[in-house]
Design a protein around this ligand. Structure first.
Ligand code: ATP
Ligand code: MG
Length: 386
């Protein structure tokens, strides 16, 4: 199923979250119609797509409907069951494919892929039984215990320093298959978004420097202010190598740690656009969502060019609760008074602490100016300075 799918066709997306919403916007801008499959009647992407199929990911009827509507189908949610993508792929072009998605869904398989591709990752061990806990190498402690599957935004993780803590944490995580990783001395966190077409051609966004707070992305800065050019080059090369190794078609994000000794270590991959790449909508001439549309439709891939330095602030539900238990809408007018501020809200009905409600990208003629204005926005919104 190769060839170019021209505007006018319908593109399908599995999942109705904010990533799906921004994909739909990009697809519609280029003249495509969009179909979203998501069980939630109020999903961010379902609300903007022309077709919203309200069904569970493994609902045969829902999948058949999505395939019927769509010339090609992509995914926006990392944990869409790989078998659902396989079912769709029997009828329609699906990108990314079920196999690379399955690898990215499983931390153990993901780390094996890093190893095969010659990309270093944290020392780790798979834990799938109580017996396994007893024989864990002491060198992996202090460590971070992570469920092998279904984790996101720091959920399904526990920091452990001793064997006792490890045992308690594994039980608290439900005794499911986990990966214990050595806790590494991080200097920085960065990510790279690559897009690879069915013909093997690949392009990438500039390296993104990320600040996480409590396991959730808080701030992204591009260009990465504190990462040497050679290291940025190495990260891009590693991300491209991984896309190649997975024979990947679509948008792939690879998260890396820069350690205090200056070395580069891969953390994890996301088989879709990534929160840290949202800035590209406003700071680059081709966004990560444009790239997703292009890889899906078989359109030519051109290298994105960043035209403006930028800072992206994540807008979590916590910002609604600065004044008490009743949610209060943040002062958007004050934020919009700042030059170069681009507000993105995802249309979620209810704010909850830790919930991603939107993001704000500040673009400016220089990185310093972008940071100064982003700090002003942070102050207005009650986001800690960075
Ligand atoms: P998401 O999918 O939202 O990126 P996640 O829940 O999959 O997050 P990770 O990316 O594995 O979680 O970890 C979240 C954060 O925890 C990392 O960005 C990093 O700040 C910290 N962290 C994770 N693993 C390690 C490690 N081995 N050593 C030190 N810090 C770590
Ligand atoms: Mg992560």
């Amino acid at each position: 199923m190769s060839g170019f799918i021209a505007p006018g066709a319908t593109l399908g997306v599995m999942g109705g979250g904010q990533l799906g919403r921004m994909f739909v916007h990009a697809a519609q801008q280029m003249g495509y119609t969009a179909a979203v499959l998501d069980a939630d009647a109020g999903s961010p992407a379902g609300g903007v797509a022309q077709h919203h199929i309200q069904a569970a990911y493994l609902d045969d009827q829902g999948l058949a409907q999505l395939a019927q509507h769509s010339a090609a189908i992509t995914t926006e949610f990392e944990n869409v069951p790989a078998p659902a993508l396989r079912t769709l792929a029997a009828h329609r072009r699906v990108a990314p494919g079920a196999d690379p998605v399955a690898i990215c869904q499983d931390r153990a398989a993901e780390k094996a892929c890093f190893a095969r591709s010659g990309v270093p990752c944290a020392p780790h061990v798979l834990i799938d039984s109580a017996d396994g806990l007893a024989t864990v190498d002491a060198a992996l402690l202090p460590g971070i215990l992570k469920t092998a599957r279904m984790g996101y935004d720091g959920k399904g993780q526990a920091r452990v320093s001793t064997r006792d803590e490890l045992r308690t944490a594994w039980q608290a995580l439900g005794g499911v298959t986990c990966v214990l990783e050595q806790r590494l001395p991080l200097a920085r966190e960065i990510s790279v978004v690559v897009a690879r077409g069915a013909d093997g051609q690949a392009v990438h966004l500039p390296v993104q420097q990320n600040l996480h707070r409590e396991g959730i992305l808080a701030v992204t800065r591009v260009p990465a202010p504190d990462v040497a050019a050679e290291l940025q080059h190495a990260a891009v090369q590693a991300a491209l190598r991984l896309a190649e190794a997975l024979d990947y078609v679509g948008v792939l994000c690879v998260e890396f740690f820069v350690l205090q000794d200056g070395s580069l270590v891969a953390n994890e991959m996301a088989p879709r656009p990534h929160n840290s790449g949202h800035h590209s909508i406003d700071s680059c001439d081709v966004s990560q969502f444009d790239l997703q549309v292009r890889t899906l439709t078989g359109a030519p891939l051109v290298a994105p060019r960043q035209h403006s330095p930028c800072v992206m602030l994540n807008l979590l539900g916590d910002l609604w609760f600065r004044h008490g238990k009743q949610p209060v809408e943040p002062d958007w007018a004050a934020v919009l008074a700042l030059p170069g501020a681009h507000l993105h809200l995802y249309g979620k009905a209810e704010a909850r602490p830790g919930r991603k409600m939107g993001h704000l990208t500040v673009t400016a003629p220089s990185a310093d100016a972008a940071r100064i204005i982003a700090l002003q926005a942070a102050q207005v919104l009650g986001i800690e300075a960075f």
